[in-house]
Design a protein around this ligand. Structure first.
Ligand SMILES: N[C@@H](CCC(=O)N[C@@H](CS)C(=O)NCC(=O)O)C(=O)O
Length: 225
């Protein structure tokens, strides 16, 4: 079944990682995949553009169905393989409501983190403004503080007692935030959450390969968060 799935991905990309975790959770190992180098611009190659015209990863195909949006691909995998592997969306009303809420809410955290990273690396020094940088960092900090608070109310997983789609979507963003310097001391609940989830088989199996080979950056962009 997984043999007719194909994923183009990049190491450390949270959207790619989400799909890879979902595939593991649904016991869909054995899918075809190719690791691309974004540094070499391989995500702009014809091979990628043929699947994802935006020239972005993930680029994911199941048979003739193309599902490039990471959230859409994860939902698709859960729905197509409902009874296979681990259920990621509970059917009980209150639990389902919380899982959907946290799953889609996680895209906010991701975007606010990306805003800081992009501003740091993509905006030329002469165009940077201290006030803008401060505002972006404060916005991202407030967002992660919100998630820190979520765990106080509904842990140990990000949407309650069980691992769910919300973890599939949120964890890669959090792991990248910590990798890029966000302080675990300032977010103790998120630190504990990250600590136990990183050993989950689906997450271990898909851990970004370059993170195990290369040390974190010396002056990381999220060190003020
Ligand atoms: N909406 C997409 C976002 C994908 C995305 O932002 N991918 C990044 C890598 S993390 C990318 O390919 N960036 C290169 C570019 O936009 O040119 C999803 O969640 O699947």
């Amino acid at each position: 079944m997984a043999k007719d799935m194909f994923l183009l991905w990049a190491s450390g990309s949270p959207p790619c990682w989400r799909i890879m975790i979902a595939l593991e959770e649904k016991n869909l190992q054995g899918y075809q995949h190719k690791l691309l180098s974004m540094a070499k611009g391989e995500h702009k190659s014809k091979e990628t553009l043929d699947i994802n015209p935006r020239g972005q990863v993930p680029a994911f195909r199941h048979g003739t169905n193309v599902i490039n949006e990471s959230g859409a691909a994860c939902m698709y995998l859960e729905n197509q393989f409902k009874s296979q592997g681990n259920p990621l969306i509970p059917s009980a009303q209150a639990e389902q409501a919380l899982v959907y809420q946290r799953t889609f809410e996680a895209f906010n955290a991701h975007q606010k983190m990306v805003d800081v990273i992009m501003y740091t690396f993509r905006v030329p020094a002469e165009e940077k403004h201290e006030a803008t940088e401060k505002r972006l960092k404060e916005t991202a900090t407030t967002e992660f503080k919100t998630w820190e608070g979520h765990l106080e109310k509904t842990g140990p997983y990000i949407a309650g007692k069980n691992f769910s789609m919300a973890d599939v979507v949120f964890f890669p963003t959090l792991a990248l935030a910590f990798r890029l310097g966000m302080s675990q001391k300032r977010y103790p609940n998120l630190g504990v959450y990250h600590g136990f989830l990183k050993d989950r088989p689906s997450i271990k199996a898909t851990w970004p390969p370059h993170w195990t080979q290369e040390p974190p950056m010396k002056d990381p962009p999220l060190k003020d968060l």
